[in-house]
Design a binder for this molecule. Structure first.
Ligand code: ZN
Length: 268
């Protein structure tokens, strides 16, 4: 008989599941507040209407359900057959009648949550592969879903804001973005940037020449000599910095020398 509570017992994982569920509730609330005739309007994602965002968030839950089932059964089921198939599926689902589109999104979220709830403790460590080809433990699906639901709730452009995000989510998102830049661009490809959240102790120092191996400075003090000439310091609240780092505008931010805030590298 399926359990009605999480099989997982690891406190970190349970905290992650809670954050994902809060994000799902936040996304659902922002979506429910939108009338059907407002779904055709543009979202904050370039080229996407709100319909595309809803379709994508629903299909993302299905894709993560496939990874969770993979972990449960050992039978390989990738997130998507191909990037083309993923995009075509979003385009198609975005044309569904409003009620069908809402149902797809809601049901897919419930299904994913049931799969998570019933996943045995040891299966959370089973390796699965993300759409970008990274091999991660199944527990990573929780964070993958968390960032989707929270950030795309803002993308619905219906009053959602990074200012509503819990502090631990903002910190995890900013670290995730910086980590993604680092992985994709390598130490030599990183822009010379210091990110200074004014409401945090931590500072993110991105050293393009690799001189600062520890680019996250927990106490906020960047050691002398580790920041190369020409480095731009971007300063603002953790919420504003995270919004900017995820590619959603530079509102509220300033630079140390008053220059315009640079475009961030792509996140995902
Ligand atoms: Zn997304």
């Amino acid at each position: 008989m399926p359990a009605r509570t999480d099989q997982a017992t690891d406190p970190r994982l349970l905290a992650g599941l809670l954050l994902a569920r809060r994000g799902q509730a936040y996304f659902s609330r922002k979506l429910n507040e939108l009338r059907n005739d407002r779904l055709d309007a543009p979202s904050l994602v370039a080229g996407w209407t709100r319909r595309h965002v809803v379709a994508h968030v629903g299909l993302n839950a299905r894709a993560l359900t496939r990874l969770t089932e993979w972990a449960a059964t050992g039978v390989e089921t990738p997130m998507y057959a191909s990037p083309t198939q993923r995009d075509e599926e979003i385009e198609f689902a975005a044309t569904l009648p409003a009620r069908a589109l809402r149902n797809l999104c809601a049901h897919a979220a419930v299904h994913l949550d049931v799969e998570w709830r019933d996943l045995p403790e040891e299966a959370w460590r089973a390796p699965v592969r993300t759409a970008l080809g990274r091999v991660v433990p199944a527990s990573e699906t929780v964070w993958m879903r968390t960032r989707e639901v929270w950030v795309h709730a803002v993308d619905l452009d219906n009053g959602g804001s990074f200012d509503d995000f819990p502090p631990e989510l903002l910190d995890a998102l900013l670290a995730d973005v910086v980590g993604a830049w680092r992985r994709r661009l390598g130490p030599d490809g990183l822009p010379a940037l210091v990110l200074e959240p004014v409401d945090r102790e931590v500072t993110y120092a991105l050293a393009p020449d690799g001189t600062a191996p520890d680019w996250t400075v927990p106490d906020g003090t960047v050691p002398d000599g580790t920041v190369p000439n020409g480095t731009v310091t971007v300063r603002g609240t953790a919420a504003d910095l995270t919004r900017w780092a995820t590619g959603r505008g530079s509102r509220g931010l300033v630079t140390s020398d008053g220059a315009p805030v640079p475009e961030p590298p792509r996140w995902l």
